[in-house]
Design a protein. Structure first.
Length: 194
């Protein structure tokens, strides 16, 4: 009789779980393609051309991180970027924020360091998530496209492209947090293609 009671208990709990748990399966994580990156030697010509647009030259102060927020465009499918600096290297990386922003304007945000990135919570129990995925309780999900590394962009123009993984905002980070003494002038251009 105990086996019969145990079997009834199992059936009961299966029934309870079907009532409590949702019947939908979670949506699969979107596929994020690898970016393409390259350099080109025409740095002087590039900087001369970019200087003509005042909004395309930014100063990243010592110890600062500047984030250029670039929303995806309805008619686009790829984001392209190019940048160079005067005299010294700078850290550069690209992230993608999954948000449905109606604002199509490119904006620039300055922070004192990369501390805001340290607020991200990684879920070590989720074996299916990408190691570059950031999970924040109060902010949109952010995925790493290009990790922040110091680039010798004072010697060559650094460029790259990435296929949109969906709707959202690209975060281009120019990281000078390691520099105690020098500010950096960054000449950059971003655009989309179909």
């Amino acid at each position: 009789m105990t086996a019969h009671v145990a079997q009834q208990a199992d059936v009961f709990w299966e029934w309870v779980l079907t009532l409590v748990l949702p019947r939908t399966t979670p949506a699969p994580a979107p596929v994020i393609t690898a970016p393409s990156m390259w350099t080109r030697p025409q740095i002087k010509d590039f900087k001369e051309k970019i200087r003509q647009d005042v909004d395309s030259v930014i100063t990243v102060g010592r110890g600062e991180v500047v984030t250029v927020r670039v929303p995806t465009h309805e008619e686009g499918s790829y984001l392209f970027w190019e940048f160079a600096t005067d005299y010294y290297d700078i850290g550069f990386g690209v992230y993608f924020e999954w948000t449905d922003s109606s604002n199509a304007a490119v904006s620039v945000h300055v922070s004192e360091s990369s501390d805001e990135d340290d607020e991200a919570l990684f879920n070590p129990c989720d074996l299916t998530s990408s190691s570059g995925r950031r999970i924040r309780s109060d902010k949109p999900q952010v995925d790493e496209i290009v990790p922040v590394y110091r680039r010798d962009c004072h010697e060559e123009v650094y460029a790259g492209s990435h296929q949109y993984p969906g709707r959202g905002i690209y975060l281009l980070k120019f990281d000078n947090s390691y520099s105690l003494w020098r500010s950096k002038s960054v000449y950059y251009r971003v655009y989309y293609t179909r």
